[in-house]
Design a protein around this ligand. Structure first.
Ligand code: HEM
Length: 405
């Protein structure tokens, strides 16, 4: 923090294609970096893990006077514009504890494990279509539709306008990106309002059409304890729905790309399909599907002698922690699907907000990676990869591949 050089510039050309050189420079500069806009950034594994477990706030109303706060005010937004203002992701205890335990009751490891046959069938259907075409965009044919179908079925969504919903969720996840103009913030708030209205209608419909699904269970949970408001119910469903399909897409597409770029690792997975679970952990580590997490200090927070004042926005770079050579050793930048401690990545966050969907994401990715190599003798890049242009929920936007069975 002693020098004025701007080391973190996520709007620099090329950053969203490959942010890792910047993160490496930041790690070399030290564990704590203060940006000229006033926010703080942590890039090393030890400090990132500590921050996630620290119990600091996630409620934006605790943000002190800062350029980030000014931006929100210029957009005419005086509360957090995320989908999420009311979702557990943006709440501190006791609300966080209440909301998370309600959702955990219905989103259990057992209910997720029971999905494996269905996930396998969905993957195999997608692979049939890919085999027939021979050459496809893997994002369009597998990485996006798989998690989308799984979360829609789990929730028990009625047939809805998928194209419009996909546009809305794409808008909404921009709230998780660094934003530097008020117009974008206003667009996000509009998408949030529209998506919440759609989900509120879905919930109203579900009240008359109960079934064996998550939405029905969440509605029942609302009735049982009388501890969840209607708005809160909508916000948790929006969170599950969005988290269910804007994150795992990056894991599947980014993971396949990493394997295609490291043919010896692809060959190893082919030889040893039993490594699909371990490969999933390593690919989560190698290219974090969610690159950043954030907290807000309520009191002066000291990290290795740096005092971060109250009301500060502190960003933890999960992506950088996952490549920290201090923690992983000199091969941190290499893919090694049999890396013994890969599970110690921070891609699902940590502490009280640790990802509630981790088991589901792991299941979908493990089945997808495993079935892909079992099904196809060759799997090769077949054109230019395009990144989705995001800083946080970063992944390939287009992944052209060709296959032969
Ligand atoms: C929270 C990552 C998939 C539901 C989180 C957090 C991360 C994360 C990093 C913590 C954010 C923070 O600490 O600020 C991922 C990744 C995924 C994934 C990398 C896929 C590869 C899913 C899925 C679902 C889900 C499939 C559910 C359908 C949630 C929920 C939270 C959360 C509900 C909020 C937990 C809380 O605030 O207590 N996720 N996620 N995630 N995730 Fe995931």
């Amino acid at each position: 923090t002693e020098n004025d050089e701007v080391l973190f510039d996520p709007f620099a050309p090329g950053f969203t294609d490959d942010p890792y050189p910047q993160y490496r420079q930041l790690r070399e500069a030290g564990p704590v970096y203060q940006h000229p806009l006033g926010f703080w950034l942590l890039t090393q594994h030890a400090e990132v893990s500590d921050l996630l477990r620290s119990g600091l706030s996630v409620e934006d109303r605790n943000l002190g006077p800062s350029p980030m706060r000014d931006l929100r005010e210029q957009a005419g937004i005086d509360v957090d514009p995320r989908a999420g203002g009311l979702s557990m992701l943006d709440r501190d205890p006791p609300d966080h504890t209440r909301l998370r335990s309600l959702v955990s009751k219905v989103f259990t490891p057992r209910s997720i494990a029971a999905l494996e046959p269905e996930v396998t069938a969905l993957v195999d259907e997608a692979l049939d279509r890919i085999a027939e075409a021979g050459s496809v965009d893997l994002v369009e044919e597998l990485a996006f539709p798989l998690p989308f179908a799984v979360i829609s079925r789990m929730l028990g969504m009625p047939p809805v306008d998928h194209v419009r919903l996909r546009e809305l969720t794409a808008q909404l996840v921009r709230s998780l990106e660094p934003v530097n103009d008020p117009a974008t913030l206003a667009a996000i708030a509009a998408a949030d309002a529209e998506l919440s209205a759609v989900i509120a209608d879905v919930i109203a419909w579900k009240r008359d059409n109960e079934a064996d699904d998550l939405l029905t269970a969440l509605i029942a949970a609302e009735h049982d304890g009388d501890v969840l408001s209607d708005e809160e119910l909508v916000a948790q469903v929006v969170l599950l729905y969005v988290a269910g399909h804007e994150t795992t897409v990056n894991l599947i597409a980014g993971g396949v790309l990493a394997l295609l770029r490291e043919p010896d690792q692809l060959a190893l997975l082919r030889e040893r399909p039993d490594l699909a679970g371990a490969a999933t952990e390593e690919l989560l580590r190698y290219d974090s599907p969610v690159q950043l997490s954030r907290r807000i200090t309520l009191e002066p927070h000291t990290i290795l002698g740096h005092v971060i004042p109250p009301g500060s926005f502190v960003i933890a770079s999960l992506a950088s922690a996952n490549r920290d050579e201090r923690f992983w050793g000199p091969d941190a930048d290499q893919v090694r699907i049999d890396r013994p401690d890969a599970r110690r990545h921070v891609s699902f966050g940590g502490g009280p907000h640790h990802c509630l969907g981790a088991a589901l994401a792991r299941l979908e990715a493990r089945v997808a990676f495993g079935r892909l190599v079992e099904r196809f003798d060759t799997l090769a890049l077949d054109g230019e990869v395009e990144w989705n242009g995001r800083i946080n929920l970063r992944g390939p936007g287009r992944l052209p591949v060709s296959v032969t069975a």
